[in-house]
Design a protein around this ligand. Structure first.
Ligand code: SF4
Length: 213
């Protein structure tokens, strides 16, 4: 999970978190937003899904995912046996950049304090990262998505499962829909105890590699 210092002191309650996001003007993106993303879903969710940045529809609705990408994610929830009411969905960057451009490194760095605070507040068992950049933020280093998608990674006691961003499905990226469905099924299996956590997966891999010598 991110190790950078939050942009504000660690928040302790949902109300404080939401207020910190809504009142934030720590970067220039605050000037053009309609509604920042505070996070959707229960604060005690065991699964936290993290997207990257709001676009036009998310900004208008103040949600982490809207329209086609939201439908893609909800279909995957349904297939994996998650009710949308039991999952929290949030975003690395909270305010929409102009013309839906990608957020800059500085904007991501500035906004990550809100994600740190939300992670501390929700304390999920499993985090699903949507897309390569979100995975890099949560993992603390860049890794090609193709190398880690669907894996159970151990990030300081939390199981991180990288997958495609649902917008990839809307854009016609081959296999993206299948990968998202697969990776949500993995999240379900970890939460149900049918599949090991990221820590267990790492220990099994170490044992296998040790056995090769
Ligand atoms: S993008 Fe993040 S850091 Fe920038 S103003 Fe919005 S909430 Fe604050």
């Amino acid at each position: 999970m991110p190790t950078r210092q939050p942009t504000e002191p660690a928040v302790r309650t949902l109300r404080q978190h939401e207020r910190a996001v809504r009142e934030c003007d720590a970067c220039e993106l605050s000037a053009g937003r309609q509604h920042p993303v505070v996070g959707d879903g229960p604060v005690d969710a065991r699964l936290l899904v993290v997207g990257l940045v709001p676009r036009r529809h998310e900004d208008l609705q103040g949600t982490a995912l809207a329209g086609g990408p939201r439908n893609v994610l909800h279909e995957a929830f349904d297939l994996a046996g998650f009710s949308p009411d039991e999952v929290r969905v949030t975003s690395v960057v909270r305010c929409r950049p102009p013309d839906d451009r990608a957020p800059t490194t500085d904007e991501i760095r500035t906004c990550t304090g809100h994600l740190d605070a939300e992670l501390a507040l929700v304390d999920p068992a499993v985090v699903v990262a949507l897309g390569e950049l979100t995975t890099a933020v949560l993992l603390g280093r860049s890794v090609p998505l193709a190398r880690v998608a669907g894996y159970r990674l151990d990030v300081r006691g939390v199981t991180l499962i990288p997958t495609h961003h649902p917008v990839d499905v809307v854009r016609g990226v081959p296999e993206a829909a299948k990968a998202i469905r697969r990776d949500l099924l993995v999240a379900r299996a970890v939460l149900d105890g049918r599949m090991g956590t990221g820590a267990q997966a790492r220990s099994e891999l170490a044992e296998r590699l040790a056995g090769q010598h």
